[in-house]
Design a protein around this ligand. Structure first.
Ligand SMILES: Cc1ncc(COP(=O)(O)O)c(C=O)c1O
Length: 371
């Protein structure tokens, strides 16, 4: 079976170095917020070209604490998209704020900047573009809009470690960038983890407090905080994995190029490379002409030993937990249409040419058989 993603393959590729890092932490005897975490945070800030990185317990927490650190709370509104992981919306609601959803662009699958102006009210406190599938959102108009209207811009970079927009990495364009290190991400640890990057020393100080009970240096809680810390084992593993992030992103881009060549001229829409952007293909997402073709293709692939996924099958505003709050005020035609027709093909750096030949041959067979 060819899996849709494969964190085990990535561990095995770097096993000696990862095992050594884990063993170093085990025998050092310091397991939470120690030297490994400090070192990784410095390395990740360097990697993203930011002044500060604060590691936290997950990508959801990275978004939540970044929003909190910017003062987002009850009564505020945060503009984002519904074509995302539920976590984006959940993090906004964890602050007590109201998510305000707008539609996406049908080519990049990221927030369509033309809808943002219309969603702004006097309660708008922040904008959260999501660089879904490793594709940067069109940040320039978003940054300009956030500046003009004086609200915060926090990038959801959970799927886009190392992606470039007009030559600069994502995560640095607004007030903060929030990253996830969930095992299947482009930079993944062996459990949960996340980080916020920022150039603001004020936000940095707030994040350090928020992730640990609101403590100051003397362990006095000046604000009400949380417990959201990356542990030393994960920080040590991430130091190893970070060294290979660019190389792995290159491999993902190469897999995407091969897919593009081998799936050319079929009745599917392939992912677009937007001028000015260098996506990092957290997912390689193709689109079929309708839902039944999509579902039949997935079945056909699975019967021949190829897993696929749908990111995401139901937009957040239509999911039972959210429909009463988000789904009642509007519909989002591009988001809704896209969710019905997308498939995430296998995508991870260790995919071989043989795997890619098999996957693309099976997809071609499907379209030959169905005419
Ligand atoms: C776009 C997006 N945002 C946020 C998150 C949340 O990250 P985590 O699962 O580490 O909390 C994810 C992870 O699935 C994601 O894909």
């Amino acid at each position: 079976m060819i899996p849709q993603n494969n964190p085990l393959a990535n561990y095995l590729t770097h096993k000696p170095a990862i095992d050594a890092a884990i063993s170093r932490v085990l025998t050092r005897g310091h397991y939470v917020l120690g030297d490994e975490t400090i070192t990784f945070e410095q390395q990740f800030a360097d990697y993203t070209n930011t002044e500060y990185a604060v590691s936290v317990g997950s990508g959801t927490e990275a978004l939540h604490l970044a929003l909190r650190g910017c003062g987002v709370g009850p009564g505020d509104e945060v503009i984002t998209v519904s074509h995302t992981a539920v976590a984006t919306i959940a993090a906004i609601e964890m602050c007590g704020a109201a998510p305000v959803v707008v539609d996406i662009d049908s080519v990049s699958y990221t927030i369509d900047p033309q809808y943002v102006e219309g969603a702004i009210t006097e309660r708008t406190k922040a904008l959260v573009p999501v660089h879904l599938y490793g594709q940067p959102s069109d940040l320039k108009p978003l940054v300009e809009c956030a500046r003009r209207h004086h609200f915060f811009l926090i990038e959801d970079c959970a799927q886009s470690h190392g992606a470039l927009y007009h030559g600069r990495k994502v995560g640095v364009w607004g007030d903060a960038g929030a990253f996830s290190f969930y095992p299947t991400k482009n930079l993944g640890c062996l459990g949960d983890g996340g980080a916020v990057v920022t150039n603001s020393s004020d936000l940095y100080d707030k994040l350090l407090a928020l992730r640990q009970y609101g403590w100051d240096q003397e362990r006095i809680s000046r604000v009400a905080g949380y417990n959201s810390r990356l542990d030393e084992l994960q920080a040590a593993v991430l130091q190893v994995k970070l060294q290979h992030l660019d190389e792995n992103n290159r491999k993902r881009r190469s897999v995407a190029r091969t897919y593009g060549q081998l799936l050319d001229s079929l009745n599917i829409i392939l992912p677009a490379e937007i001028p000015g952007s260098a996506p990092v293909y957290h997912q390689y997402v193709i689109r079929c002409e309708d839902r039944s073709t999509r579902d039949n293709l997935r079945k056909f692939m699975l019967q021949r030993g190829i897993q696929s996924a749908i990111h995401y099958p139901v937009p957040v505003h239509l999911q039972p937990a959210y429909i009463n709050r988000l789904g009642s005020y509007c519909s989002f035609p591009v988001t809704e249409k896209i969710c019905e027709t997308i498939i995430s093909l296998p995508m991870f750096p260790e995919l071989t040419q043989e795997d890619l030949d098999k996957i693309t041959t099976v997809i071609r067979q499907f379209f030959q058989q169905t005419g």
